[in-house]
Write a protein that binds this ligand. Structure first.
Ligand SMILES: C[S@@+](CC[C@H](N)C(=O)[O-])C[C@H]1O[C@@H](n2cnc3c(N)ncnc32)[C@H](O)[C@@H]1O
Length: 286
């Protein structure tokens, strides 16, 4: 029988792709069907459940060989920005001596560990958990155990991890990204909370998103997924008219922005395969 993995906040199933490639069956949980929304095929052997992770009880997962999780990172990324409002938000959370604000901030991150605890209790053995998030989460949830480029990992991170050289490495927005008018601004870095995950490509970034007005010629992640023609100043095009060339702007709620964010947040295959293979070997040996 195939080992079972649970993928919390499954998104575009980046974890699940590596897990299924290493022989797992995967049950993924999310509030939305990202693949369905964007017409992207779901990996085989992945079963999606539309459910709020906060409502899960870990005893459901007592037969799981592994739990992986990527809770949303927007708030952590935002508070790492050198912006007055971002700093004020962080200061307000720190100033709340009851701890309620911190609890609220970390509720999804902490839910992963609660679910793991419940799974372990029900299983009568340790059920490993690996949680992924951004560098900017560290001041709030503690130091990560490893990072694979801009993908930071907590929990049962294997002792042997892929060499840093294999990782996706970019300047991060969580710590290191500055707005276009800032003296430390690096052109070509991201424009939204996930842009730090942009993947280097030919010296630029895979996402290659620029500051407003900058010409950007990188691969359009939307085109990559939908198979549309590559090239051109896709970012400016998208900002002006969206994929359909309408007058709608490429606003924070646009489908283009949403898909691009989901793609950048997707766990890279070398990382998911490595974790999957490590725990497959350990569960075989047990
Ligand atoms: C960072 S993305 C996950 C990326 C994913 N690991 C991948 O490789 O594509 C976070 C996901 O969490 C989902 N989400 C946010 N809040 C949630 C909740 N309370 N319960 C379940 N899913 C949630 C979002 O819809 C989004 O798809």
């Amino acid at each position: 029988m195939k080992p079972l993995a649970i993928d919390l906040f499954t998104g575009l199933h980046g974890w699940a792709e590596g897990l299924t490639a290493e022989g797992y069956d995967v049950v993924g949980f999310d509030l939305e069907d990202m693949c369905g929304q964007f017409g992207v095929p779901r990996p085989k052997h992945v079963h999606l459940v539309i459910q709020d992770v906060l409502t899960l009880h870990g005893s459901q997962f007592k037969s799981a060989a592994l739990i992986v999780a990527s809770p949303p990172c927007q708030e952590y990324s935002y508070m790492a920005m050198p912006w007055t409002k971002a700093k004020a938000k962080a200061a307000a959370i720190r100033a709340d001596t009851t701890g309620a604000a911190l609890e609220r901030l970390n509720r999804l991150f902490n839910a992963c560990f609660r679910i793991q605890r419940e799974a372990c209790e029900a299983a009568g053995r340790h059920v490993p958990l690996v949680v992924e998030n951004v560098k900017g989460a560290q001041p709030w949830v503690g130091r990560a155990r490893w990072n694979f480029g801009s993908f930071y990992l907590w929990g049962d991170v294997p002792a042997l991890m892929p060499p840093a050289a294999a990782a996706i490495k970019v300047k991060t927005m969580g710590a290191g990204w500055y707005p276009p008018d800032h003296p430390k601004h690096v052109p070509g870095l991201g424009f939204n909370t996930h842009a730090e995950r942009a993947i280097k490509n030919n010296g630029g970034s895979r996402f290659n998103i620029g500051s407003p007005g900058q010409k950007v010629t990188g691969k359009n992640p939307v085109h990559e997924l939908t198979g549309r023609k590559q090239g051109g100043d896709w970012f400016a095009e998208a900002r002006k008219g969206g994929e359909g060339g309408t007058s709608a702007s490429f606003g924070s709620k646009s489908p283009q922005r949403k898909m691009a964010s989901a793609m950048i947040a997707k766990i890279p295959l070398p990382l998911s395969r490595h974790i999957a293979a490590t725990y497959a070997r350990l569960s075989e040996a047990a």
